[in-house]
Design a protein around this ligand. Structure first.
Ligand code: FES
Length: 558
């Protein structure tokens, strides 16, 4: 079977002489014209630790491709640093970047007739964006994770990006000296790699390994580990198998594979962003996968990992206990994963895992056996009620309790939280309501890591709850509910909350209730007007016009 199914349009068809001339112009030989062409989508750029090394990894991927008789052609896409944009207006561009990344990879591979695509990824949005592109294109392909960062260190304490955010809360609370504050900021990020806890990047990396879209252990090698380079070089041989067997992403991204991915998110205490992303990826793959499916998976999957943000360990610690294959093997053996799912090795998940190491529950304390799970169900719960008629996502590990009742403290924008906090106006028992931060209102559904970190740093993490139509960073912990839909900008009841209203959040019965009568809400609605957006043109304007609600994954191509 010819492996250059698509690229032969340019290299073989006599009607495209200019294309062939251009391919000679970039250095291809007559022999190369017979070979499969693989697009290597590097999401590397210099401005972010997660992405700074990805162009280098792409060169290793290209080497492996060339050594296996294919032509590798590197191209680039955009990126946004979630760590840098959290808490400022740059965050509005973050979630839209996922869809731009998906669109740009789809666009290049479609236009350039590549026979396959490999995406080199390593930050929150480029992983889901690349998965969406692979699903849409449905040409043989896979991803390579750039790897997690190593932890930082200051005065003997391990640090990561969240340490830097939480230092601000300590500064407000007067519990950190200026010198130590600066010490934390300078030492939190020691070099290349994605944010180091089970935050969004590592959540997506582990779950895409569970989905079978990367080579085994891709999510466990830290960015600076030798295994990462070896993995990149090994991609060529794996890609050849995918082409020869014509295994395409939708053969891998089945309904059961989505269940495997979300099961791993639940078991490891992963980011709520995975909900948005897997809804969107399923849409791209043409797979029926809804909030109800996610709740069902949460109901049957215990939280078994002591990983940050709510736990103790970092992703860099996972390799030493056998890596992700050991974790997947345990989950598969215990019946949580579907072993028959096909993966990019050309084998099934079960076949890949047969020789994987076993978790040693006596020697390691990162993953607990199901009999000693931290919580008997998943930490991600889908809540409904008059505050979220189309759903909201709670992240409750159980450490915070599973029920919270308190009085609303309304913030019409994220920045209000910091202002109220600095004035001491946020107190124990408050439900902090941050609104106008949804997909259209934010726009871009900003992450509320800065407010949640500041509350933690201020010592209010266990006595205050937070709800928002925005979303939370994977680094957030505490009693938090995001993705409230309909959002305030669309007239959801979150727009009508007033200071002092009673709110109940119940993660056992999956309810989120505003204790205000329908009559009173109707009266308040008469006075409500949507916020006028300052974005009258450009990328955010396009996004506001096209984005679907969070309960549909914020897709832009409905
Ligand atoms: Fe890239 Fe955190 S900013 S993973």
């Amino acid at each position: 079977m010819s492996l250059n199914k698509f690229s032969r349009t340019l290299t073989q068809e006599v009607t495209n002489p200019a294309a062939k001339a251009m391919l000679y112009g970039i250095g291809l030989t007559p022999e190369d014209m017979e070979k499969a062409q693989i697009g290597i989508a590097s999401t590397g750029y210099e401005g972010n630790p997660c992405n700074m090394h990805l162009n280098g990894l792409s060169v290793h991927v290209k080497k492996g491709i060339q050594e296996n008789g294919m032509v590798g052609l590197i191209f680039h896409t955009i990126g946004v640093s979630d760590g840098m944009t959290n808490g400022n207006e740059g965050m509005s561009y973050s979630l839209p970047s996922r869809d731009i990344i998906a669109d740009s990879i789809e666009n290049v591979v479609g236009a350039q007739w590549y026979d396959g695509v490999i995406a080199v990824v390593g930050c929150d949005k480029n992983m889901p964006g690349a998965m969406m592109a692979l699903a849409r294109l449905n040409r043989p392909g896979m991803l390579v994770y750039g790897g997690t960062i190593r932890s930082g260190n200051y005065k003997g304490e391990k640090l990561d990006i969240v340490s830097a955010f939480e230092a601000l809360g300590k500064k407000y609370a007067g519990t950190i000296s200026d010198e130590d504050y600066e010490g934390v900021i300078r030492n939190s990020i020691p070099g290349a790699g994605a944010c180091g806890g089970m935050y969004t990047a590592n959540t997506m990396a582990s779950s895409m390994e569970a989905m079978g879209l990367v080579l085994p252990n891709s999510s466990s090698y830290p960015a600076t580990h030798e295994g990462k380079k070896a993995e990149c070089l090994a991609i060529g041989a794996a890609m050849k198998v995918l082409l020869e067997k014509n295994i395409c992403p939708r053969d891998i991204m089945t309904r059961h594979a989505f269940e495997n991915a979300m099961t791993v998110v639940m078991a490891l205490g992963g980011s709520t962003n995975a909900v948005l992303h897997y809804l969107a990826i399923a849409h791209s793959a043409g797979v029926e996968f809804t909030l109800k499916d996610i709740q069902d998976i949460s109901d049957r999957t215990p939280l078994m990992a002591d990983l940050k943000p709510s736990g103790k360990y970092y992703m860099e610690d996972v390799l030493a206990i056998g890596g992700m294959p050991a974790i997947l093997k345990y989950l598969w053996k215990e019946g949580y994963l579907h072993g028959e799912c096909l993966t990019v090795t050309g084998k099934t998940m079960a076949e890949n895992l047969t020789d994987a190491p076993d978790l040693d529950f006596d020697a390691q304390k990162i993953i607990f056996p199901k009999s000693k799970a931290l919580k008997s169900s998943g930490h991600i719960q889908v809540l409904y009620g008059n505050l979220a008629t189309e759903g909201a996502i709670a992240k409750i590990t159980g450490k915070e309790g599973e029920r919270f009742e308190g009085l609303a403290k309304v913030c019409d924008r994220e920045e209000d939280v910091m202002e109220f906090l600095s004035k001491g106006e946020i107190k124990a028992g408050h439900v902090v309501v941050i609104r106008n931060e949804g997909p259209k209102g934010g726009p871009g559904m900003p992450e509320m890591l800065k407010p949640t970190s500041a509350l933690m740093g201020a010592g209010l993490g266990n006595s205050v709850a937070m709800i928002t139509d925005g979303r939370f960073s994977g680094g957030t912990h505490g009693f938090v509910v995001g993705h409230v839909t309909p959002e305030a900008q669309e007239g959801g009841n979150i727009a009508l909350v007033k200071d002092g209203d009673k709110i109940t959040i119940d993660a056992v019965d999956n309810k989120i209730i505003l204790h205000v009568s329908d009559e009173e809400l109707a009266e308040r609605r008469k006075l409500w007007k949507p916020k006028v957006s300052p974005h009258t043109s450009g990328v955010l304007r396009k996004y506001i016009k096209n984005v679907a609600s969070a309960s549909l994954g914020c897709v832009t191509d409905l």
